[in-house]
Write a protein that binds this ligand. Structure first.
Ligand SMILES: [Zn+2]
Length: 185
C-alpha cells in the first residue's frame, strides 16, 4: 500500500516521523478521507501510474526544491527572461548570477515573521527578513581586472566573438537585447 494512499485513509504509521501528521498532535487531515473500496482502488491506480512512483530511484535524493527556486530567482535579476541575449552577454550575466547566489545563499535572517491571510488561511509558513546582501564578488572582479591590466601594462584585448557563431545566432549583444524572430538576411 502506497504512502499517499494511506494518507487518504488517514493512516500515518508508515509516514516519516518528521511529517506533521506524526509530529504535530494537533494535526487534522486536510484531505477528504476515502473509505469506499472502489474509490481506493481508483486512487491507487492513479498514484502508481505517476512518474515519481514508477521511477522512484530518480527522486530519492530530493527533499525540496527550495535551492533550485532560489537560484532561478537570483538568475532573473541578471538575465531577464524577456530578453534574448547573445552567447557572450548571457554567459557573463549567468556568471554574475552564480557569484551573487553563491555569496548570498543561506545568509542569516535578522527576524522572522508569520502572517495569515484571509485569502489563503492554510498558508502559514513564516517568512524571514534576511540580512542585506553583500557584493564582495564585484570588488574581486575589479581587482582581478586591474591585476590583469597591471601585469600586461595595458588593457587586455577585448574578447572577440566567433564570426561563425554570430552568423548562426543572428543576435546582437546589447543591453536592450534583440528580437530573435527577426531573420531578414
Ligand atoms: Zn501521514
Amino acid at each position: 500500500m502506497s504512502l499517499p494512499l494511506l494518507s487518504f485513509q488517514n493512516r500515518h504509521d508508515k509516514c516519516h516521523q518528521e511529517s506533521r501528521c506524526r509530529s504535530d498532535p494537533r494535526y487534522r487531515p486536510s484531505r477528504v478521507i476515502i473509505t469506499d473500496s472502489v474509490a481506493v482502488e481508483m486512487l491507487r491506480k492513479f498514484i502508481t501510474q505517476q512518474d515519481i512512483y514508477r521511477h522512484a530511484e530518480d527522486y530519492v535524493l530530493c527533499k525540496d526544491t527550495l535551492y533550485v527556486e532560489s537560484f532561478n530567482n537570483a538568475c532573473l535579476q541578471y538575465v531577464d527572461k524577456r530578453i534574448v541575449f547573445g552567447t557572450m552577454n548571457y554567459t557573463t550575466r549567468m556568471g554574475l548570477a552564480i557569484l551573487d547566489w553563491n555569496e548570498n545563499v543561506d545568509r542569516e535572517a535578522t527576524s522572522v515573521y508569520s502572517r495569515q491571510t484571509v485569502a489563503n488561511p492554510r498558508q502559514r509558513a513564516g517568512s524571514k527578513n534576511l540580512k542585506a546582501k553583500t557584493y564582495r564578488f564585484v570588488q574581486e572582479i575589479q581587482k582581478c581586472f586591474l591585476d590583469t591590466v597591471r601585469s600586461r601594462n595595458g588593457l587586455p584585448e577585448p574578447p572577440r566573438r566567433h564570426p561563425a557563431q554570430e552568423d548562426d545566432e543572428n543576435i546582437r549583444d546589447s543591453d536592450s537585447g534583440t528580437d530573435c524572430s527577426s531573420d531578414e538576411d
